[in-house]
Design a protein around this ligand. Structure first.
Ligand code: ATP
Length: 423
């Protein structure tokens, strides 16, 4: 009798535990992830059976844990990427009970006051978890216990060499964009999240790293607020602040690009690199939306994006209003990289990144997605205006500020001829 009652209690206990395991709150991140997939219907049907991701491996990474899953056939990693914020929210959901892990007990220092230590263990943790999603044949979901730093002060050690310029820091280190490998970029972001600051840091880096070889055409359709401070740099060839000047500059740049391409081809080379030409031209347009109605301008922009690489012409195309009109289909496929700050809507994010995500970035200034082959979330460094002024001061044009709005390079200033280096 006693045996019967005992075994009934044990069986009921096991059944209850199994029920809770299936229906009660998930207690660890792996369980939570699996549960989120089930609850959001991220599953596929195969031969009448429902399949979802299968955990293959779990390992500790710096600052968190990496979970490696096998994707079922028919489920795409992009689908998982798009549910990133759902996963992140799910992992941060708090339950009414206190989260307590019995294994923490082994860390108690018994020779000290035990009560504060236990209190700390059972208090809900305040930190917010963040995740990274990667796919290389296996789906990797990395769960970080602490959010990415929300402020990164500029440091001169972030400068690099060549045409490799700073983007920002992520958990694995500092990320750079190499214009020698990917010639053009789109920079987008809703006003107030650091786009202009990033552009100024980019221009300062190009001038500081390549003072003798960088040539800048700055088109600032936001009234000159972002680029005014650079207008008297030796490296700035053209500087314009309204749509009329923008068109003049783009037409001139296109002519120069054509001349360069002709000379390169006539000399039997394929591109500037093969010809040993070190000069590179950067055309930076901010705000592109103010130019989108001008067919001539947009044709030239598309032409630079398509043929610029060979002639050493790079486009940095910026907007806070990304749509299929401001980033048209003739431009988009020829621009390989994006730096995208927070955007308002999923549609805007798709116009820049071809996928959602930028609308879910936290409201942190300087937080951006760098997209090349995959999306990397970074915190861009904050370079103050004083730091910019100090760094560019040595490159100020002699003879004081130019009064003209459009600055064109004079022969005596910097000779711009096609000189081939001996191999
Ligand atoms: N990387 C950063 N880290 C921290 N704060 C930043 C960063 N970049 C910009 N900020 C802060 O955010 C404010 C807005 O930045 P910024 O002017 O670059 O935004 P924006 O998106 O270009 O806006 P707008 O389009 O109106 O110019 C800056 O004044 C600065 O205080």
């Amino acid at each position: 009798m006693i045996l019967e009652v005992g075994s009934t209690i044990v069986m009921a206990g096991i059944a209850g535990w199994a029920y809770l395991k299936q229906n009660g709150p998930a207690t660890n991140d792996a369980e939570k992830i699996q549960r989120i997939f089930a609850n959001t219907g991220m599953m596929v049907k195969e031969q009448g059976k429902t399949k979802t991701i299968r955990l293959q491996k779990k390992r500790t990474v710096e600052g968190g844990t990496e979970y490696v899953y096998q994707l079922p056939l028919g489920m795409s990693s992009k689908q998982v990427q798009e549910a990133k914020h759902v996963l992140e929210d799910g992992l941060n959901v708090r339950h009414e009970y206190l989260e307590f892990n019995p294994s923490d007990l082994k860390n108690i220092r018994w020779n000290e006051n035990v009560f504060p230590q236990i209190k700390q263990m059972i208090e809900p943790k305040k930190s917010k978890k963040e995740i990274d999603i990667d796919f290389d044949g296996m789906l990797k979901i990395r769960v970080y216990n602490e959010p990415l730093s929300d402020y990164l002060q500029w440091n001169d050690s972030y400068f690099s060499t060549g045409w490799r310029v700073p983007v920002g820091e992520n958990r694995k280190g500092f990320i750079y964009h190499d214009f020698a490998k990917t010639p053009h970029i789109i920079v987008a972001g809703t006003t107030g999240f650091g786009k202009s600051q990033y552009l100024k840091m980019l221009v300062t880096s190009l001038i500081t790293q390549q003072p003798n070889y960088v040539h800048l055409s700055l088109i600032d359709l936001k009234g000159g607020t972002a680029f005014q401070r650079f207008s008297n740099m030796q490296q700035v060839e053209y500087y314009g602040r309204n749509p009329v000047e923008a068109r003049q500059i783009l037409q001139t740049v296109q002519q120069n690009m054509n001349t360069m391409l002709e000379k390169i081809v006539e000399s039997g080379f394929e591109d500037t690199r093969e010809a040993g030409i070190k000069d590179r031209h950067f055309i930076i347009v901010d705000e592109a939306a103010d130019m989108a109605q001008d067919g001539i301008c947009m044709d030239i922009v598309a032409d630079i994006a398509r043929r610029g690489r060979g002639a050493g012409y790079h486009l940095i195309y910026c907007t806070q209003y990304p749509t299929n009109e401001t980033i048209p289909s003739q431009v988009r496929p020829n621009i390989g990289a994006r730096v995208c700050f927070k955007l308002k809507t999923n549609i805007q994010s798709r116009a820049v990144l071809d996928e959602g995500g930028a609308e879910d970035l936290p409201e942190i200034r300087g937080r951006a997605i760098y997209q090349l082959n995959k999306n990397i979330i970074v915190q861009t460094p904050y370079m103050t205006n004083d730091e910019i002024s100090d760094l560019i001061a040595p490159f100020m044009r002699k003879g004081g500020p130019h009064e003209q709005t459009i600055v064109s390079k004079t022969k005596s200033n910097r000779q711009h001829s096609l000189e081939f280096e001996e191999a």
